[in-house]
Design a protein around this ligand. Sequence first.
Ligand code: HEC
Ligand code: HEC
Length: 349
Amino acid sequence: MPILPALFLLFAFLGFVSTAHAAHDGVHLYTQYCAACHGANGAGGVGVPLALPDFLAQADDDYLQKTIRHGRPGRVMPGFAQLSDADVGAIVGYLRGLAPAGAKAVRAKTKPGNATRGAKLYESRCAACHGAHGEGSHGTGVTFSRPRDLPILAPALNNPGFLKAASDDFIKTVLVHGRRGTPMQPFLKQGLKDHDLDDIVAHVRAFGTQSPPASAKVLETESAVIVRESPRGVEETVETLKNAFSAANMRIIRAVPYDEGIVEKGQESKKRWIVDACDFNFLNKALAVDPRVGLFLPCRVTVAEHEGKVLVLTINPKRLSAIFNNSELNELCERMQKLYTDIIEEATL
Ligand code: HEC
Ligand code: HEC
């Protein structure tokens, strides 16, 4: 075989191998990091659908990469700072592959707009879905429990992650074309003019000049655990703790030495106890916001003797804030932290 065609074949083969490899990585990484929320094949779930043809035509690689890197603080979508550029590139490549064959990119160009005018238009045309301050709808992603004409919940537009990722041109592109298959309409066909869209974009951009919404903040935790010293012995403290739980209308699930069932009966250490208690009302509310909360509940308090002191301690529920990245859960975390502190203080008076 002549040398040139042979080299060509070799390169073609290497090219094939390397793209096949990247594609494989993309699927693999997508499945590992994204599918739980965005669904297999990008069909959507807790996260918005990513396979949507209009979305893929509107979003450039830069927007996708930045969205993956920054996430959406307080809106469930995590930031993936730990992935390498190659990994992020492979995921973007995988998403691109979900677009229909022959699909073309669409891009609109912005001109400088008037944010004050934009604010008025936003209020009448956008706020009902995206919130008065761009805070997004209550909840995220695809919903099966809401009216059929709103199958997908509106994302937060005042979110620092969104504003870092989205260029003005991208926002305008979404307004011009809308997203077929979702409640997001093409606004040029809804009676708005091109310069109206520029004004709205200027208003959305101005969300970023306000200090980040409270909803985008991770709760500050003073410490990872709530801990108080008890003036009583271990078993007596367990009793006062049970009383404090009951007084707070919480059901006690069990109060046992921590090694019960691990060591032989009668051999349990009486120096360390666990008390599991649950407020089912609260639990149901938290589970409705995010079912993964179940992994962290029922709520456990440990009573333990340590260096001659009796300590009562529990994980600080505010720690869940950073794990779940969900502003709706933040309120519950805060209430739970207060409740637990009160109960533990009551038990160690
Ligand atoms: C824990 C759930 C969760 C995970 C995991 C997750 N996302 Fe998201 N993602 C969301 C949610 C929720 C939104 C919408 C935020 C909103 O409603 O404000 C979103 C939004 C997005 C958007 C913006 C879509 C648009 O219409 O502009 C992209 C792109 C995206 N995610 C990509 C990814 C990729 C890629 C991964 C994996 C590397 C990933 N996400 C992992 C929940 C998640
Ligand atoms: C009927 C409800 C509704 C109205 C009204 C509406 N939107 Fe949307 N919007 C949505 C939904 C739902 C999505 C998510 C679509 C998807 O999953 O791709 C969306 C997506 C967007 C996005 C893309 C966000 C992202 O994360 O990619 C922008 C930007 C946007 N809308 C801006 C606006 C503006 C500005 C207006 C007013 C001119 C407006 N929308 C009016 C429901 C609405």
